[in-house]
Design a binder for this molecule. Structure first.
Ligand code: TZP
Ligand code: MG
Length: 206
């Protein structure tokens, strides 16, 4: 993959927003998001046909804006809607067990520290997501923060492998992630809950 695709990675599910999710996502894509992940989790998460329809609509929006469409931890859904990739956590299905569908797709893996890195087979992994860098309200079991020091340490261990920072990233701190080894920054709340989504996205590109 092109590491520049990680530059502004928006992650969102239907319950991360206070208004129509598709409108928020389209606005974010139109203003310069470079990669999108559907992460449909938590209370009221869509299931079945409603989830497939939602994912298919988002895929269509991503295609329109030439932005890779990644699905979090739902391999059948990713295959069903023809996603551009999958993002897996340490407790999810193993990267090595993915079907051949993903051979030419983007595979992302969450790796927070040296211990997880040692446990991970990165041979088919295209990028890693590392964090939480800062405190977050968007994931209950995110664990302790790694700070920009954690990003820097990870960069030294992974060499050139593309890496995106995650967790509590906002307009005040995103630059520090880019300055400490991250190819890009990912956001849930700072975009999903922004009063003006377009302005928020443009701010993160500056
Ligand atoms: N993984 C580690 S922190 C996190 C995930 C999915 C949540 C990031 O959300 P926010 O709102 O950008 O802190
Ligand atoms: Mg997961």
């Amino acid at each position: 993959m092109n590491p520049e695709d990680l530059r502004l990675y928006f992650i969102c599910g239907s319950n991360n927003v206070q208004r129509d999710a598709l409108l928020v996502i389209e606005e974010a894509l139109a203003h310069g998001v470079t990669m999108f992940q559907l992460r449909e989790k938590g209370p009221g998460a869509l299931e079945g046909e409603a989830l497939t329809d939602f994912a298919a609509e988002i895929k269509h929006l991503c295609q329109k804006h030439s932005v890779p469409f990644i699905v979090n931890d739902d391999v059948p859904l990713a295959e069903r809607v023809g996603a551009d990739g999958i993002h897996l956590g340490q407790d999810d299905q193993k990267v090595t067990s993915l079907s051949s569908y993903f051979d030419d797709k983007i595979i992302g893996l969450s790796v927070r520290d040296h211990t997880e890195l040692e446990q991970s087979d990165l041979s088919n992994v295209d990028y890693i997501g590392t964090g939480p860098v800062f405190p977050t309200h968007s994931k209950d079991d995110a664990g302790s923060t790694i700070g920009v020091e954690g990003l820097e340490a990870m960069r030294q261990q992974i060499g050139e492998l593309p890496m995106v920072a995650i967790g509590g990233i906002n307009s005040e701190n995103f630059r520090s992630c880019l300055e400490n080894g991250a190819d890009g920054v990912s956001f849930i709340s700072a975009i999903a809950q922004a009063e003006n989504v377009g302005r928020a996205v443009k701010g993160f590109l500056g």
